[in-house]
Design a protein around this ligand. Structure first.
Ligand SMILES: [Zn+2]
Length: 262
């Protein structure tokens, strides 16, 4: 496996300290500063997919002309996902859903409906439990169970994986190395998951800051069934109308990726 920049950072730091010790000098404040930079870098690598740290992640299609992908996380949920589907259908828009395996198992017919309406379905893991990605075994289980649920519901394995919270720990990176999944992040986070704020104002902000090639992160369901409602379903209509008015075409992820690669 090719060394990625976080590994290079750790290797450089270890080499620096080893060189100090070899010449008989004890590491002092420059090394302490170096270590601080290293840990900061590792935290950034884990927390920000666009930093391309422990895995290669698709977050935005640079140079994609006037195309944007809408993505929805944390569903499917019979209380909220159908509203999202209705709005998308009314506007003839295809989107990409990152679903949780546990909810797929509970509502396989809803996942089938996503596909029937032409949307793409990727996996968001099994149950959004952050503790699962602290060990390689736990991360493997989280990823594999998410894949298996979709395989059962749709008959085909997913192509895309969006890590819960957008966090890729080294353990999750090891688990993903053996999986045939394209890791996907986002370039515009609508922060709709808090359920706070005025949907129309939030939608106007999204429309204003969106750029060509963006992958927009929204939520079609609360993380826990019955939890705080995301703003996503309420703001979706205004987001679609606003983006179309600005001349953007709304596409599924594979379309955006194909354009990025072309
Ligand atoms: Zn999520």
């Amino acid at each position: 496996m090719r060394m990625r920049w976080p590994q290079a950072l750790v290797a450089a730091m270890l080499a620096w300290v080893a060189a100090d010790l070899l010449v008989g000098r004890l590491p002092g404040w420059p090394e302490a500063a170096g270590l601080a930079v290293m840990f900061g870098g590792l935290a950034l690598a884990a927390m920000r997919l666009s930093a391309q740290g422990f895995v290669k992640a698709f977050c935005r299609a640079a140079g994609a002309r006037a195309r944007i992908a809408l993505t929805f996380d944390d569903g499917p949920d019979p209380a909220t996902t159908p509203q999202v589907l209705d709005v998308l259908r009314r506007h003839g828009v295809r989107a990409t859903f990152f679903v949780l395996g546990a909810k797929v198992d509970a509502h396989p017919q809803l996942v089938a409906r996503l596909r029937e309406q032409g949307h793409e379905v990727g996996t968001h893991g099994y149950d959004h439990d952050w503790r699962s990605v602290l060990t390689v075994a736990g991360a493997r289980r989280q990823v594999q169970r998410g894949v298996d649920s979709l395989l059962r519901a749709l008959g085909v394995p997913p192509v895309f994986f969006r890590p819960p919270y957008g966090v890729v720990t080294p353990a999750l990176a090891v688990a993903l190395a053996g999986a045939r999944l394209q890791v996907v992040g986002w370039s515009l986070r609508t922060r709709d998951g808090t359920g706070r704020g005025e949907p129309l104002a939030r939608a106007q902000w999204v429309v204003r800051v969106a750029r060509a090639g963006d992958v927009i992160l929204m939520h079609d369901a609360p993380r826990e069934p019955g939890g705080r409602m995301p703003l996503g379903p309420a703001m979706l209509e205004s987001v679609i109308v606003g983006l179309k008015d600005r001349g953007f075409e709304l596409v599924v992820l594979s379309d955006l990726l194909a354009r990025a690669a072309a």
